[in-house]
Design a protein around this ligand. Sequence first.
Ligand SMILES: NC(=O)C1=CN([C@@H]2O[C@H](COP(=O)(O)OP(=O)(O)OC[C@H]3O[C@@H](n4cnc5c(N)ncnc54)[C@H](O)[C@@H]3O)[C@@H](O)[C@H]2O)C=CC1
Ligand SMILES: O=C(O)CCC(=O)C(=O)O
Length: 445
Amino acid sequence: MTYIQEILETVKRKNPGELEFHQAVQEVLESLEPVIEKHPEYKKAKILERIVEPERAITFRVAWMDDKGEVQVNRGYRVQFNSAIGPYKGGLRFHPSVNFGVLKFLAFEQIFKNSLTTLPIGGGKGGSDFDPKGKSDAEIMRFCQSFMTELSKYIGPDTDVPAGDIGVGAREIGYLFGQYKRLKNEYTGVLTGKGLKWGGSLIRPEATGYGCVYFAQEMLATRYETFEGKICVVSGSGNVAQYTVEKLNELGAKVVTLSDSNGYIYDPEGIGPEKLEFVKELKNVRRGRISEYAEKYGVGYFEGQKPWNVKCDCAFPSATQNELGSEDAQALVNNGCMLVSEGANMPTVPEGVDIFLNAKILYGPGKAANAGGVATSALEMSQNSMRLSWTREEVDEKLKQIMKSIHKSAYEASKEYGHPGNYVLGANIAGFKKVADAMIEQGLI
Ligand SMILES: NC(=O)C1=CN([C@@H]2O[C@H](COP(=O)(O)OP(=O)(O)OC[C@H]3O[C@@H](n4cnc5c(N)ncnc54)[C@H](O)[C@@H]3O)[C@@H](O)[C@H]2O)C=CC1
Ligand SMILES: O=C(O)CCC(=O)C(=O)O
């Protein structure tokens, strides 16, 4: 057994049943094999053995009352994985599928993603198995207040700064922030993704989707290509999907699909700006299903299916982990897809990633392609500390430059290690080195 395999076996033994966590660790460790060979100091300091163990993982009871006056109980979590280069930073996910395995995979990915942004932020993630679907605003507020009452003991603007993820958007961040302020009697940047009137940053809502498209633009440029006239397939219809579509429209592409957990819509005419406004209102205000788009515009709706069989030039998985299987990956390649840029975290199964890499299409893994969201969160933290606000143009320009720099460092690392254009390898290596060096310099902790 190799050194890397031994560590992986230990991770599996110590974290039984946490399949998503095993998957994320395996991908990163396999990429790091040549780095460990080149840098014996990492092996001596047992960096890999340490980096796969969270610094702290908290679970807590969240009791709240529903509109009928009945008591409900959920489980809350925060995984504080690595603080070598900055305070823990990463979103909160409210979804019934949330458990330690899912949050540990997300927090682990966040370590390398946050390092790639070049900004001083460590890796964390949290959430709850609470299902916001079908809940009233009052129920969401009571849940958020109870959740924050416990979480507030472990976070702070210089310790751990949560944000949104699946099921946590502007509304939830508002209720969480209000409760933190009430408990601590202080007005600090303890969360990002805040409302613009009370400490939020312009462009943060757009940042993950826009950033994912900027990263894709950089990949396309290596082949002297642009988005003009490209047919694009997007999955999901939440925050990341919406702003991915918005930026693709601006750049002259045509987006033909969106989805939710019930199915996908196919609009061959393209989801232009006006139709996108309908989606935003449908999903962010009325909180309805994407099938309503098909009814309104008279296009196809495919219940229980994913959009990966639709012929396209570029694909943007923007819903959830492992939403793109190996058959889906093969279908995309067979249909001539030349680029996949991941808005979601780990949306492609490992066999699918291999299919993309072997086919030599442009493949941007989530930890590089979707890093614009957390990078802009770090810009929100900077603005909060300085007590000022940058303009929309300033933040957007910084986001563009950060995505360019992430692309450059991932590309250069892939070249240095003999696989130019393999962004999986490049992102893992470039993200790892800064954290590993910081861990060594800070001693045995
Ligand atoms: N919001 C952010 O800034 C960032 C989000 N991400 C990732 O992007 C992805 C989407 O997140 P958001 O758009 O923020 O969440 P959201 O809650 O706004 O939207 C989630 C979307 O995914 C769909 N979805 C959720 N679970 C699904 C399932 N099991 N099957 C099919 N569809 C499903 C939902 O229907 C919805 O359209 C997640 O993987 C998240 O971790 C990554 C980086 C930053
Ligand atoms: O903005 C943040 O802090 C969190 C973003 C996030 O959860 C992610 O990058 O997956």
